[in-house]
Design a protein around this ligand. Structure first.
Ligand SMILES: NC(=O)c1ccc[n+]([C@@H]2O[C@H](COP(=O)([O-])OP(=O)(O)OC[C@H]3O[C@@H](n4cnc5c(N)ncnc54)[C@H](OP(=O)(O)O)[C@@H]3O)[C@@H](O)[C@H]2O)c1
Length: 288
């Protein structure tokens, strides 16, 4: 029986792994969030892992508020970078495989073609910088790792763009949404499925460690995503396209952050659904 420690398990991705866990009776899941295991404390990690036969750690914990990170660099660095170093250190010490989640924000957003794992990371904001530092600790300290960079995560849990659009779309007649930022939404349920498939198909040992990209298939703007959300939810709200310059945010957003998923699809035989086909599933879970 495999034992998997999931950190940050009350967030979007962690909650989806919890939802899916009953499909894996052969896996013993240890779900923790900051109350049970604060990953910023190396001592707490040591104590928690002392007498547990852990095979994998899936690190879903992160400081994900991109705008707040600009004002709270120290906290963002503690969680996205220093705490990841703690996890990588315990993983190497105990022979555990570390699955760590990162972000499209490690890239500058200046590309015109989907980012591959070989493309240079050039984060422009604190969130992206601290997430990249975390990645580097994992690569340096713990050879038995999988880093998965993902983008535009949404789910029925926590705060995300889809849930905001559903709420606003019920009351408002019109909403302006940016059309000049291009990427791909990722249904956290699909990413959770992908992670558990990789582990489940690998028996005890993952075939190829390293850095991977995962989002749903396809490409869109936030305007396209918002339009589909309102249409599928049958909201009457009109989505109007606006430019980024007319929607100021504290942190700079990448203009283009589409991820190339060829590597993860090829190595782990993962099939990835198109972003357009997954919105309905998520909305149904929220509204039912
Ligand atoms: N959200 C996106 O659009 C997006 C896009 C690309 C990549 N990602 C990456 O995908 C991963 C999962 O994101 P998500 O949206 O599921 O994140 P999330 O919903 O913000 O969940 C993160 C969880 O980690 C917890 N946490 C924070 N500090 C902790 C600590 N010191 N120890 C243990 N737990 C702690 C959080 O608790 P609190 O809520 O109490 O802080 C929260 O429950 C992250 O690595 C993120 O960087 C996210």
């Amino acid at each position: 029986m495999l034992t998997i420690l999931v950190t940050g398990s009350k967030g979007q991705l962690g909650s989806e792994i919890q939802e899916l866990s009953s499909n894996y009776p052969n896996i013993n899941f240890l779900f923790t969030d900051i109350e049970e295991l604060d990953i910023c404390s190396a001592d707490a990690i040591k104590t928690y892992t002392l007498d547990k036969p852990i095979d994998y750690i899936i690190n879903c914990a992160a400081y994900t508020n991109v705008d707040q990170a600009e004002k709270n660099e120290e906290k963002a660095r503690q969680i996205n970078s220093e705490a990841v170093k703690n996890l990588a250190s315990i993983a190497i010490e105990k022979g555990i495989t570390l699955i760590h989640i990162s972000t499209d924000y490690v890239f500058s957003g200046k590309n015109y073609t989907p980012y591959t794992e070989q493309d240079k990371a050039e984060p422009s904001g604190i969130y992206g910088k601290t997430k990249f530092e975390g990645e580097e600790f994992v690569r340096k300290i713990c050879p038995k790792h999988i880093i998965i960079r993902t983008s535009w995560l949404y789910s029925p849990f926590g705060k995300n763009f889809l849930k905001t659009m559903l709420t606003l779309g019920k009351d408002k007649k019109e909403l302006g949404v940016v059309v000049d930022q291009i990427g791909t939404p990722t249904y956290a349920y699909d990413l959770a499925t992908c992670i558990l498939t990789i582990i489940n198909n690998s028996i005890k040992e993952i075939s190829e460690y390293g850095t991977y990209h995962y989002s749903n298939e396809g490409v869109c703007s936030w305007f396209d995503f918002a339009t589909d959300i309102q249409s599928i939810a049958k909201n009457k709200c009109n989505i109007k396209s606006i430019e980024s310059k007319d929607f100021q945010t504290f942190a700079k957003r990448p203009y283009y952050s589409v991820l190339n998923k060829s590597k993860i699809k090829h190595i782990f035989a993962i099939e990835i659904p198109h972003w357009k086909s997954r919105i309905e599933h998520c909305i149904r879970r929220i509204t039912e």
